[in-house]
Design a protein around this ligand. Structure first.
Ligand code: ZN
Length: 126
């Protein structure tokens, strides 16, 4: 069985740094460490984990960022985000889904698997 691995350019790169993530207040001042332990953008090919942050829960936050790359949004709508996506039906922290915040991150929904399987980054067999 042949797959597209040889010819594919669509790969996700996950960067790990020992730096802490700081929130920039102005160009001349930096706030205390930001509580964002990882960053990525839905459907994009890069994610970064700030391993120097305290409170990092890598067992759930690394999959969370990679699932963003595979086009999954949060299960809730964040302040400042506009519009609802397919999965934004829940209040933040009210589920045990990997795409929620402040939870035990135990599962994903079947519909989320469908999105990830259709991602441009998912290896498909011919
Ligand atoms: Zn997220």
């Amino acid at each position: 069985m042949k797959n597209r691995l040889d010819s594919r350019k669509e790969v996700v790169t996950l960067f790990f740094t020992n730096f802490k993530n700081y929130k920039i207040i102005t160009k001349d001042s930096i706030d205390t460490p930001h509580n964002t332990n990882g960053v990525s953008k839905s459907g994009h090919d890069r994610a970064m984990m700030f391993m120097g942050n305290s409170g990092l829960t890598s067992y759930s936050e690394i999959p969370h960022e990679l699932m963003h790359c595979l086009s999954l949004p949060h299960t809730f709508l964040k302040v400042g985000e506009s519009g609802y996506y397919q999965f934004n039906y829940f209040n933040q922290g009210s589920t045990d889904n990997y795409m929620d915040y402040k939870n035990k991150a135990k599962h994903t929904y079947h519909a989320q698997w469908k999105v990830m399987h259709n991602s441009k980054f998912t290896l498909k067999q011919d």
